[in-house]
Design a protein around this ligand. Structure first.
Ligand code: PHE
Length: 445
């Protein structure tokens, strides 16, 4: 039974059958970690802002998380059948209103304001997802954009103006392994009606240098923090940072890229970006503007920067966590790796169940077709909150005669802050099973 109305940051919204936001997630809409002084998410935002200085870039950090489906998807050119729109992936208030899944939801609005130069926007974003140490239904992103106006540059020569701006940017000594990956023209065409190849190349070069400088700033700070935390004899020469560009696809940029960073033996995707689709500027009524946009997730970067091992820690109000970052926002020299407090024991509990109440093979509504793991994740989060470290599907099979589907999930109960008692864990697990039966109609085996 969902509420008829919900209040989010002081505003009331009417729900309908699309409503799927749990009370746990609703409660997080007021936390605004990106604005909390000395929070690692806020510190990471500040470091990113420092690479995109005012007055060229304007900063927006207070946009409300409730947006329209139009803003989040349609205005950016998402096709009507895009999987990101699914109720299994996105939190809806009602059919036309949702919790933004990305900061790009505000691009159209900001382009309409016709800010010259560019902007950086940080905000909380919401996605239904798995439960593990690197996924949380709420996280934070910074969106950045740079625009140039053809009517405001000498001779209307955008390419020359962009290159002049590029020449004013600092340089770096990072190793960029794949500065110009090949493109699939059908997926990532040059926006030929709007840009010449030379203009697009100039914008791409400015975009790439800007983002390389950002990544360089973040990882140099991470390196300095590690060095400062060790006795001098132990500090050794570290290798230069390796990064590479890979082709990507977004409905609102073309061409598009992701930037990957080589970190602890793996290539790690850190951001998405591209040459802004001209439709966005045209729809905003600014036909003479063009430029680039990017989006970066803050938690993943903060986890590397501060060596934070579990994403749940960001939501902790435990002083042992928060105290470690105090004073860093105003003096980044004080940045140090996070020292984890002792790890408490894990407690694994399995839950096995049949999907639906009616046999799928019998032609009835088996429920099997509707099953989505994220619905189970949501029940677990709602009941046990941050006492669960991860949830994994360990077994799945179909009964050969009845056609019913059986699933077994393994839940790892482990608090970051204290040792859970047996009684407590059993009680939570009971409530998870009850929630699965009541909310998803499964039959416990
Ligand atoms: N909004 C995209 C995401 O969340 C990132 C992005 C932003 C890509 C801007 C291109 C331009 O994945």
């Amino acid at each position: 039974t969902s509420p008829k109305t919900v209040e989010i940051n002081g505003k009331k919204y009417t729900t309908d059958s699309w409503f799927n936001v749990s009370s746990t997630v609703l409660a997080l809409t007021s936390r605004k970690l990106h604005l909390q002084k000395d929070h690692p998410v806020a510190i990471t935002r500040k470091i990113i802002e420092s690479v995109f200085p005012a007055p060229t870039y304007k900063y927006y950090n207070e946009f409300d998380p409730v947006v329209s489906t139009h803003e989040n998807f349609d205005s950016l050119g998402f096709p009507p059948d895009h999987p990101g729109r699914a109720r299994s992936d996105t939190y809806y208030i009602n059919k036309d209103t949702l919790l933004r899944t990305h900061t790009s939801a505000h691009e159209a609005e900001l382009f309409r304001a016709r800010a010259s130069g560019g902007y950086l926007l940080s905000a909380d974003v919401y996605r239904r997802d798995e439960v593990d140490r690197s996924h949380y239904p709420v996280f934070h992103q910074v969106e950045g954009a740079r625009v140039w106006d053809r009517t405001k540059v000498p001779g209307g020569n955008i390419a020359a103006a962009v290159r002049a701006d590029l020449d004013r940017l600092p340089t770096h000594n990072m190793k960029v392994e794949d500065p110009n990956p090949p493109f699939h023209a059908e997926r990532n065409p040059l926006q030929a009606p709007h840009h010449s190849p030379d203009e697009a190349a100039a914008i791409a070069a400015h975009l790439k240098r800007s983002l390389e400088l950002m990544v360089n700033e973040i990882f140099s700070r991470a390196k300095a923090a590690v060095a400062a935390s060790k006795p001098t004899e132990e500090t050794q020469e570290t290798e230069p940072l390796r990064v590479r560009w890979v082709e990507a696809y977004f409905p609102f940029t073309s061409p598009s890229w992701e930037l990957e960073v080589f970190y602890q033996g793996d290539w790690l995707e850190v951001l998405g970006c591209g040459v802004t689709k001209q439709e966005l500027h045209i729809n905003a009524g600014s036909l003479s503007q063009l430029g680039w946009t990017f989006g970066i997730g803050l938690e993943r970067i903060a986890m590397l920067l501060f060596q934070i091992p579990d994403i749940r820690l960001f939501w902790s109000r435990d002083e042992r966590f928060l105290a470690q970052f105090r004073g860093v926002e105003d003096n980044l020299q004080k940045l140090r790796p996070f020292v984890p407090f002792s790890r408490h024991p894990a407690c694994y509990k399995d839950v096995s169940f049949w999907l639906g109440g009616v046999s799928a093979a019998g032609g009835g509504k088996g429920g099997a077709v509707d099953w989505h793991g994220n619905d189970l994740m949501e029940v677990v989060r709602d009941v046990a909150g941050d006492c669960v470290e991860d949830v994994r599907l360990v077994d799945e099979f179909m009964h050969p005669k009845t056609g019913r589907r059986s699933m077994c999930y393994r839940i790892n109960y482990r608090s970051l802050e204290r040792t859970l008692t047996n009684g407590e864990t059993n009680e939570m697990h009971e409530r998870v099973m009850k929630g699965l039966v009541e909310r998803l109609g499964v039959e416990i085996r």
